[in-house]
Design a protein around this ligand. Structure first.
Ligand code: BGC
Length: 372
């Protein structure tokens, strides 16, 4: 179910920003007597990534005239459906939803669609349903490509052991991230730069540049973290226990996001036979920014959540005003081509962490120690 290219050119962010300024507001209080304009459903409070999104929504909505409500699904599709039903009962006009499980969320959005509600899939694509109007997302294949490229750029010599980890197979993004990483890593596995250390499924497919969804699924099935730092830790421990000395020394690690990267990095850091490691991440979580400053995590892919929030609310406001939101791409969700607005990502490591995340005003310098 790969991404379909239909680049329509970049939209000026300012246009959407203007769409929000002066007309949005937070409200866990939404629905107080009147109709709810926008309902927002996020997957879990247990991962800093989604708490970041909540914060950025609240910031963007601080002075709004629109009523909004944000609910968390706590990693449960049943809770997610209940959240959507609650918001429907409050008269919501537009639903912005990042699904816990992309396929299971189908029935929740179908219930919304039946009520004439406009559905915007947020960050994660809802699959195998026609009940989606729009998708706002980062360029997830580019996220994986950036991770893969970082490993390639930092690998010395040949035969570098490569440990692969992936996100949850219930999340369409996990496929896109891995597909992107594979685009860059596979030629470097084929030419002997890397040796796959922990996946017989990836090893069996190492000569194939383009993997089918099923093939990607077979690798994910073996190296998934389920987006869970403890599962990532356990897997990394098992892998290092069974790895011979030829798979230790200086190694490269594809970790799919910051939460899993920190726990995998901690495991590799305590193995005496690992002399050095390069490890990827994504989300620019505060804890990982500190890890990067401290040299414990090599990079992160910064996905500026402010832009995603602006895009999602810009779309919602367009819909509420009776206008058609502008889109820049389409994504095949297995049932339909979904009109999407896609945002670029930025690679951050020790060299540019201050410029990209502090000087840009995303985080405060006082939140970190050891920052130059
Ligand atoms: C998001 C990532 C996040 C991961 C785990 C993905 O769908 O795009 O930013 O780290 O889910 O929550």
């Amino acid at each position: 179910m790969g991404r379909k290219l239909k680049a329509l050119g970049l939209l000026a962010t300012a246009v959407l920003t203007l769409g929000i300024v002066g007309c949005s507001s937070e409200g866990a209080s939404g629905g107080g007597g009147g109709d709810l304009d926008v309902g927002i459903v996020l997957p879990t409070k247990d991962e800093p990534r989604w708490v970041q999104d909540e914060t950025r929504f609240k910031d963007a909505l601080a002075d709004s005239d629109y009523t909004t409500e944000i609910l968390f699904s706590q990693g449960s599709s049943a809770k997610e459906k209940e959240n959507v039903e609650t918001l429907i009962s409050k008269g919501m006009d537009v639903l912005i939803i990042a699904p816990h499980d992309g396929t299971a969320a189908g029935s929740a959005v179908e219930a919304a669609k039946d009520e004439g509600i406009t559905v915007i899939s947020y960050d994660r694509l809802i699959t195998d349903t026609e009940a989606i109007d729009y998708y706002v997302t980062f360029d997830s294949v580019a996220v994986g490509e950036a991770q893969g490229q970082y490993l390639v750029d930092n690998a010395d010599g040949t035969g570098v052991p490569l440990y692969l980890y992936a996100g949850a197979a219930s999340d369409n993004n996990a496929f896109l991230f891995f597909e992107g990483a594979w685009n860059v890593l596979q030629p470097k596995i084929a030419d002997g730069t890397f040796v796959i250390a922990n996946s017989s499924e990836a090893e069996a497919l190492k000569d194939k540049a383009d993997l089918s969804r099923e093939e990607l699924g077979s690798i994910l099935g073996q190296v998934t973290t389920n987006w869970d730092p403890s599962e990532a830790k356990n897997k990394a421990e098992t892998h290092l226990t069974s790895a011979g000395s030829d798979l230790k020394g200086d190694v490269s690690i594809l970790a799919p996001n910051d939460g899993t990267a920190r726990s995998i990095a901690d495991v590799f850091a305590t193995d005496g036979a690992i002399s050095d490691y390069t490890i990827t991440g994504q989300d620019a979580e505060k804890a990982s920014i500190q890890y990067i400053i401290d040299g414990k995590q090599s990079m992160t892919v910064f996905k500026d959540v402010r832009t995603l929030v602006t895009d999602a609310m810009g779309m919602a406001v367009d819909v509420l005003d009776g206008n058609t939101p502008e889109t820049t791409a389409t994504y095949d969700n297995g049932s339909m081509e979904v009109e999407a607005k896609q945002t670029d990502v930025i690679v951050v490591d020790q060299d540019n962490v201050k410029a990209e995340l502090i000087d840009s005003g995303y985080y405060e310098a006082s939140e970190f120690s050891g920052l130059e």
